[in-house]
Write a protein that binds this ligand. Structure first.
Ligand code: ATP
Length: 270
């Protein structure tokens, strides 16, 4: 919804291996893709419980990163730290000023219209031109035709669009989505991912999303970060994860990917 504090300078050189990988990559444009998002050594404790135990992540402009893992893995904790909503107990986070946050539970006013909801959030965020920002979001998300409809009457897919539109109001360079496709039917999911992928492809928005759906992660995530019990088990491309699953859980390699992935987690003690 809002920026994660004032812009902080990015270090001249990446500070960990994941950042190094991004640093060495060249983006679609052929330019060197510097990390836009960079987090290292994140630890988060809730009392005795360690929700994150030294997790790191780096992502460049236009990258789509899927954060996957079982219940309680630390996905929401990681995203909320990146969003600036929660503070880590240890570790360093470098984020740009404009970060869009789309939480699991949409805080929409169900009796208000689509347009009224957007306007309310634009005003709460103190946009200099709230009406202009709302028009832009209606256009971008394809919600223009629905602007006068009361939110309660919209499908789950369209409600999620409004939720994302609110996250995008401040034109963030990074969009964080916590399980955005939960409760959507396959057609609504496909439309959601078409839209989100378009943000990454056409606007160079860095998108980091969490999901329980391994197939969705594989399909739409250019990179996958696998968490389990607060630990980072894997960070790389879907192909590299398949390779890791094949080599670490060969008995399940020929099964469907989800089954093989569960076997991989089991081999890693989760
Ligand atoms: P899920 O897939 O179920 O949404 P997750 O991967 O998003 O899980 P988190 O919600 O980040 O996991 O939770 C990680 C761990 O931290 C869990 O054990 C959870 O119970 C604990 N936790 C999260 N938030 C709090 C909190 N506010 N107070 C205490 N414990 C918390």
């Amino acid at each position: 919804m809002s920026g994660a504090g004032p812009p902080r300078p990015l270090p001249q050189a990446p500070v960990n291996a994941q950042a190094q990988a991004v640093h060495n990559n060249r983006g679609r444009s052929g330019r060197i893709a510097f990390p836009v998002v960079e987090a290292t050594g994140l630890v988060k404790r809730y009392g005795e419980r360690e929700a994150l135990r030294g997790v790191g992540l780096a992502a460049s402009a236009g990258e789509l990163v899927a954060v996957i893992g079982p219940n309680g893995a630390g996905k929401t904790t990681l995203l909320s730290i990146l969003a600036g909503i929660s503070k880590p107990d240890e570790g360093v986070v470098h984020m740009p000023a404009g970060v869009g946050w789309v939480p699991q539970q949409a805080g929409l006013y169900r009796r208000l219209t689509v347009e009224e909801n957007l306007l309310l959030f634009a005003r709460l965020e103190r946009h200099p031109d709230p009406h202009g920002s709302v028009e832009e979001m209606l256009e971008l998300t394809g919600l223009g035709e629905r602007r006068g409809e009361v939110v309660a009457r919209l499908s789950g897919g369209n409600q999620q669009r409004i939720n994302i539109a609110i996250g995008l109001l401040s034109r963030p360079s990074v969009l964080l989505l916590d399980e955005p496709s939960v409760g959507l039917d396959p057609r609504q999911r496909a439309r959601l991912w078409e839209f989100v992928s378009g943000l990454a492809d056409e606007r160079d928005t860095t998108v980091i999303f969490s999901t329980h759906d391994i197939q969705e992660a594989e399909r739409y995530g250019g990179r996958l970060l696998v968490l389990a019990d607060g630990e980072s088990l894997f960070d790389g491309s879907p192909d590299a994860l398949r390779e890791a699953v094949r080599s670490e859980a060969p008995e399940a390699a020929e099964r469907d990917f989800e089954t093989a992935f569960v076997a991989f987690l089991h081999h890693r003690g989760h």
